[in-house]
Structure formats: C-alpha cells, structure tokens
Design a protein around this ligand. Structure first.
Ligand code: IPD
Length: 238
C-alpha cells in the first residue's frame, strides 16, 4: 500500500536541512512569532508542528546547540519527527513504526537501568519566578544527590531529546516546555526505544507543557519520584 505521508516526511527532512543552513544568514521568525496568549489547538487534520529555532538563547549567544524541529501529526497522533542540529550537522529523524536515525544511521536509547549510572538532562526554561526556580533547583539537587553520574542541558529541548534517543543521556524532563519544542523529539525518542510520560507518571500529553522522556520506565519513574511539580499552563489553553 502506498505510504501516505512519505512525501511529507522527505519534505520535512529537506526543509530542516535548508532551515539549518539559512540560520547562519538570517534570524528566523520562530515560535516567538505566535501571538502571546493565542491558543494552539491540535485537531484531527494533518498538522505541522514546527520550531524553526529551538535554542533561541543559544543562537543569540553563539552557544553551539541550535536545532530545527519539525513534526507532523494526523488525527492528533505524531506520524514523524525531524530534528536538525545545525551546528553539529546532525539530522535526526523518525517515522512512527520505522525506527529512528541520526544521519541515516539507526539510533537506540541506552540500556542503563541503574539510576546511579545515568546522566539526566533538564532545562530551567524562561520563567524565572523565584517559586519555580526554587522547585527546579530543589529537583536538580535531589536528582544529583541520588547520586547520578551527571546533570546536563544543551539549551534546546529537541536536541536533549535526541541525546536520549542516541543513548548519550538516560532522560530529559522539563515543565513549561511547548509542543513545538518536543513534538519531533517525541517521535524520535519513542522510535529509538524510549518512553514518554507526564511528570506525575501519567500518560504523556503533547499540549500539557510537561514531559519526561527516558530510555526506559525504570529510569523515568525514578526521576519522577524526585520531580517537584509546579503549576504550568497548557499550549491549548483558551
Ligand atoms: C526553548 C528551549 C529550551 C527550553 C525552553 C524552550 P526556544 O525553546 O527548548 O531548552 O528550556 O523551555 O522554550 O525558545 O529556544 O525555541
């Protein structure tokens, strides 16, 4: 049977590559252009979920992790994801049910189940209200003191998720993250054998602004035990 979304997938890979090249020449209007406060509703229609510059702060400062993130959903299900880490020239991609790849080589999450042998990544996001920052750092402290091998954060959620997918880190989590930052990475992590959960251990919800991505549920659940949840809104909130 003809694969209905193959052309769209090939197109996304080509666009991600082109967008990565153009980033050296000009500033993209990214998700920052979405009018503040406008709801972002995912319907059953075929839908592109795009962040042209994931790692905007990195980009502005010349910190060398910036990604183009392109995902495609049909009937609210993610069909494929493409993340182009431009400065590393790494093209991550995955189609539902067909595996995950980096520069066309298959990738796989790590098989580590012992949290003490893990590297965990997270980000502090852009909200600097003292209550949230306190919870974020308290969570970080608790995870660090488990102890884990290390804590990391590249400054782009899409890249962090691809690092879960390659096995470089065991988990990435964040509260306050947007659907366009994580949609492509979500497909890539799952197709690399990893899992996605809500920060309370419930099912992953793309619009919820909360996510744990991990190599397996042992690591995910151990991290979830330490996460101090703070209120966040939803991308589809009216
Ligand atoms: C941000 C990055 C960052 C994450 C923020 C995102 P942007 O995306 O993914 O790692 O901590 O929550 O908003 O603004 O650079 O596209």
């Amino acid at each position: 049977m003809e694969d209905p979304w193959q052309k769209a997938y090939d197109f996304a890979v080509a666009v991600a590559k082109k967008a990565g090249e153009v980033q050296f020449l000009t500033f993209f209007i990214g998700e920052e252009s979405v009018a503040k406060g406008e709801p972002c509703i995912l319907t059953d229609k075929p839908t592109w979920i795009i962040d042209p510059v994931d790692g905007t702060t990195n980009f502005v400062h010349g910190f060398p992790f910036v990604a183009v993130s392109i995902a495609f959903a049909v009937n609210k299900q993610l069909e494929f994801g493409v993340v182009y880490s431009c400065l590393e020239d790494k093209m991550y991609k995955a189609r539902k049910g067909k595996g995950a790849f980096c520069n066309d080589e298959p990738i796989q999450v790590s098989d580590v189940k012992d949290i003490h042998k893990s590297i965990i990544s997270s980000e502090h996001g852009i909200d600097r209200s003292p209550e949230k920052v306190t919870k974020i750092f308290s969570t970080m402290q608790k995870i660090l003191c488990i102890p884990v091998h290390g804590l990391r954060g590249s400054g782009t959620a899409a890249t962090n998720m691809c690092l879960v997918a390659t096995g470089a880190v065991e988990a990435f989590f964040e509260i306050g993250i947007h659907c366009w930052d994580i949609a492509a990475g979500a497909v890539i992590v799952q197709e690399a054998g990893g899992i996605l959960l809500d920060v309370d251990g419930g099912p992953f919800d793309l619009m919820s602004q909360r996510m744990v991505s991990a190599n397996n549920d042992v690591i995910a659940k151990r991290i979830i035990k330490e996460i101090e949840i703070f209120p966040s809104t939803r991308d589809d909130a009216p």
